[in-house]
Design a protein around this ligand. Structure first.
Ligand code: SRM
Ligand code: SF4
Length: 518
């Protein structure tokens, strides 16, 4: 008898094997025990992998200080929730901070395992959850950050995003139906005209479209980035009424769960199944799962605008109210910043905050009469409504400070370098520069005007931190992915290379001091 016949998990890859042995979500029942015994005494697979089903990430770079990845549907949270998150990171002093992520979400740092039961209780009290936010689960669901307040929006997607999250997570309790997908999965729902969610890089994306006079969504599927392959989403040739969105997501997830490829993790994202089946067979399988036929896609969608960054002051559709977009350099927040943001949202707005995929914060519902005072708040000196042109569009993944996949340091370097460049050139338009520490592409270099992907290079006989440079990413209307134009540029040599790209491709002018020193 073969080994596989005696042990059905023997031929599975490491990840499929441990998922088959024990569902990731099972650690929910054991969290008190883990907190008591401590991370060093824990089973390694529980610690390094299964805890991610609760959003708790062991960080080999900072052992004992965990990362906690939240779920913030549409990036919308209340001041009370922000305060709770601030209190959590505050207790860790200098080790504690939070990052706004490229999926409109927050990740907390410095977390001790012994505190997790208490932290989860606090989350429950304020309606927050971190469940199913890592590993082979559906990530934070993105939506327009100005849903419900944008005068030009077509569909207010806030409820839909929340309903899809509730379906997937059983309203935050955890849902074993979707805790063993073949791989991670991304969903975005856009009701706006500017594709603020990067629809093209999600496994499922809903984009607004009219069919026979009715407003609903065209559906795109299979977009993803990975170290080995990056693909933009393709049309599923489906149009749905908003009332069908939750059921369609559920049906696609079931088809993916039951038929997705699991042998090789590099070939397990949804697009690989669509490749194998063809989009028609995939569509038919989803219809069968739904138990109903789907309408074909509307001829065109309503994504007609360039993408907005929402930084600055904008009138809302509600007369007399404004939303104020604050630029948070590379998305990094400290406890005091979070407390201040919560206070500002309470004092000037309606106690609501919104996060963007550009790693920034929006304060909605600020009345005309409160605007002037808000703009004088000291926090806005750092989180500006009118940041410098290059820094304005800077995005960065975590990088080697906390991420063990990283080949380079990103956030601090990205900020330092852009500020140096800002001193040397003047740009009359924002240039979207995205940094990502390794080919996993969490910082989305392929959607950027200039994307920088961490790698290693040889320089003067030594291995040094370097980047591959991507260009041509277009966002918003007719979005398409950028491609690699330069390989292995050592980070120490990067500044003049970027300066030239800015001058040659983006109309940047050298400032006088830079001209004399070059
Ligand atoms: Fe990511 C893995 C951080 C958005 C593609 N990503 C990781 C891990 C969990 C690796 C790890 O365990 O260390 C990183 C955690 C580092 C840390 O301590 O922060 C990590 N990813 C991030 C975040 C925080 C980057 C950021 O600074 O904003 C983003 C969190 C989003 C969220 O709130 O859930 C993040 N990751 C993305 C995106 C962008 C997006 O979704 O628009 C992508 C590309 C899109 C996609 O997934 O198709 C992305 N992350 C990956 C991949 C490659 C996936 C693949 O199919 O191969 C990995 C590696 C993996 O899953 O094996 C990965
Ligand atoms: Fe880590 Fe690489 Fe993702 Fe950056 S791109 S957060 S370095 S996995």
């Amino acid at each position: 008898m073969t080994q596989a016949a005696t042990n059905p998990t023997a031929t599975l890859n490491k990840f499929e094997k441990f998922k088959a042995e024990k569902d990731g979500l099972a650690v929910k029942q054991e969290i008190d025990r883990f907190a008591q015994i401590g991370w060093e005494a824990m089973d390694e697979t529980d610690r390094d992998h299964r805890l991610k089903w609760l959003g708790v990430f062991f960080r080999p770079v900072t052992p004992g200080k965990f990362m906690l990845r939240m779920r913030i549907p549409s990036g919308i949270l209340t001041s009370g929730q922000m305060r709770t998150l601030a209190e959590v990171v505050q207790r860790y002093g200098e080790d504690g901070n939070a990052d706004i992520t490229t999926r409109q979400n927050l990740q907390l740092r410095g977390i001790r395992l012994e505190d997790i039961p208490d932290i989860f209780q606090r989350f429950e009290q304020v309606g927050l959850t971190s469940v199913q936010s890592g590993m082979d689960n559906v990530r934070n669901i993105t939506g327009s950050p100005v849903a419900g307040i944008d005068a030009d929006e077509l569909i207010d997607t806030r409820d839909l995003v929340q309903q899809v999250q509730d379906m997937i997570t059983n309203s935050g309790e955890g849902n074993p139906a979707f805790t063993n997908l073949p791989r991670k999965f991304n969903i975005a729902i856009a009701g706006c005209r500017d594709n603020s969610v990067h629809a093209e890089i999600n496994d499922i994306a809903f984009v607004p479209a009219f069919k026979d006079g009715a407003l609903g969504f065209n559906v795109l599927v299979g977009g993803f980035f990975s170290a080995k392959r990056c693909e933009a989403a393709i049309p599923m040739d489906v149009w749905v009424d908003p009332s069908q969105v939750v059921a369609l997501c559920e049906a696609i997830l079931i088809v993916y769960r039951d038929h997705g490829l699991r042998a090789n993790r590099q070939k397990a994202r949804l697009m690989w199944l669509i490749d194998e089946w063809g989009v028609e067979k995939f569509r038919a399988a989803v219809e069968q799962q739904l138990g109903t036929s789907l309408q074909t896609a509307a001829e065109k969608d309503e994504i007609a605008w360039d993408k907005r960054d929402h930084i600055g002051v904008y009138a809302q559709k509600q007369s007399g109210l404004n939303y104020v977009g604050l630029h948070v350099p590379v998305g990094r927040l400290f406890a005091q910043d979070m407390v201040e943001l919560a206070r500002i949202a309470d004092v000037y707005g309606s106690g609501e905050l919104r996060l963007t995929v550009e790693q920034n914060v929006i304060i909605p519902n600020v009345s005309d009469s409160r605007l002037e005072l808000l703009l004088k708040e000291p926090l806005l000196e750092r989180f500006s409504v009118s940041p410098a042109m290059l820094e304005r569009s800077l995005v960065s993944c975590t990088g080697s400070q906390f991420c063990n996949f990283a080949l380079i340091e990103t956030k601090n370097r990205a900020l330092g370098l852009i500020r140096e460049l800002e001193a040397e050139v003047s740009c009359s338009q924002p240039v979207r520069v995205h940094w990502t520490g390794c080919p996993n592409s969490c910082g989305q270099p392929q959607v950027a005007d200039i994307g920088l992907m961490g790698t290693k290079a040889r320089k003067d006989g030594k291995t040094v931190e370097a980047v591959d440079i991507y260009m041509g990413g277009k966002v918003g209307k007719n979005a398409h992915l950028g491609t690699c134009v330069m390989k292995s540029v050592p980070c120490d040599d990067l500044k003049p290379v970027l300066r030239n790209l800015l001058v040659e491709h983006f109309g940047a002018q050298l400032k006088e001091e830079a001209v004399t020193s070059t």
